[in-house]
Design a protein around this ligand. Structure first.
Ligand SMILES: COc1cccc(Cn2ccc3ccc(-c4cc(N)[nH]n4)cc32)c1
Length: 239
């Protein structure tokens, strides 16, 4: 998998050389390339923004640098196998399902906007050429797309076959398909007693059926308390 990042702050992506992602890069599972959008400007000030047409606060990112960067980094021929991700507060929700879909593609280009956002024609042009995902991380506003791109990267790359040492741990996580859309149950490890707090006895019983029931009950309880939006009537009935 090749990952490209277009940003006026490419240094954000130096962190991708660390930890598991670093290992994936070393193992050849993932190739990471960060690009400075200003390398595709031609004025002395390396200008990437301008005032919004129609007025309004803030600045908008000019389309020209993006277009020239696309030409050099991706190419000038349409190719739907290239997935271009625009993090945006007005994007579709980024979910585990989207992460799963992206984990099987060969190439992802992250376009990290700043200011008030990117000239919309850039997104329209990208849609005419590649497979585009305008995605939101959640209902809060960041200062740009870089942090969102890092979060999306981690969610996607950890699902790439061969990346995680123990793929079984993926299957048991919250939001993974096998969990019926329930939140993960509470986790414990040794010591059994810690600062007056004990591991639930059932988990030390060695009775796998009771342990499985306790865990499911806890997932249902937590999901009903914290994420009623995840429990539809059918799921509630089953639980
Ligand atoms: C209406 O759009 C905006 C209004 C004010 C500020 C900004 C700042 N900004 C610029 C590019 C950019 C890309 C992504 C995000 C973002 C994504 C999520 N989930 N939150 N914030 C925010 C971004 C944008």
């Amino acid at each position: 998998m090749r990952l490209d990042y277009l940003s006026i702050f490419p240094g954000y992506f130096d962190v991708l050389g660390i930890s598991l992602l670093g290992k994936a890069a070393v193992n050849g599972l993932v190739d990471v390339y960060a690009h400075d959008l200003r390398d595709w400007t031609h004025d002395r000030h390396r200008t990437v923004d301008d005032t919004p047409c129609g007025g309004g606060a803030g600045m908008v990112m000019k389309p020209d640098p993006w277009g020239e960067a696309f030409d050099e980094i991706i190419g000038t021929e349409p190719d739907p196998s290239v997935h271009v991700v625009f993090p945006s507060p007005s994007g579709e929700p980024f979910t585990q399902s989207v992460a799963h879909d992206l984990s099987s593609v060969e190439r992802i280009v992250f376009c990290c906007g700043r200011y008030e956002g990117i000239d919309h024609r850039v997104i329209d042009y990208a849609r005419s050429m590649w497979t585009v995902h305008e995605v939101s991380l959640g209902d809060y506003v960041l200062n740009g797309g870089e942090v969102a791109a890092l979060a999306i990267t981690e969610a996607v790359v950890r699902l790439v076959p061969g990346f995680m040492g123990n793929p079984q741990s993926l299957a048991e996580e919250s939001f993974s398909a096998g969990q019926d859309g329930l939140l993960e149950y509470p986790l414990f490890t040794r010591p059994v007693s810690w600062r007056g707090l004990d591991v639930p006895e059932v988990l030390m019983s060695g009775h796998h059926g009771r342990i499985a029931k306790w865990r499911r009950d806890e997932s249902i309880r937590l999901t009903r308390e914290r994420r009623p939006d995840l429990t539809d009537s059918d799921v509630s009935a089953r639980h």
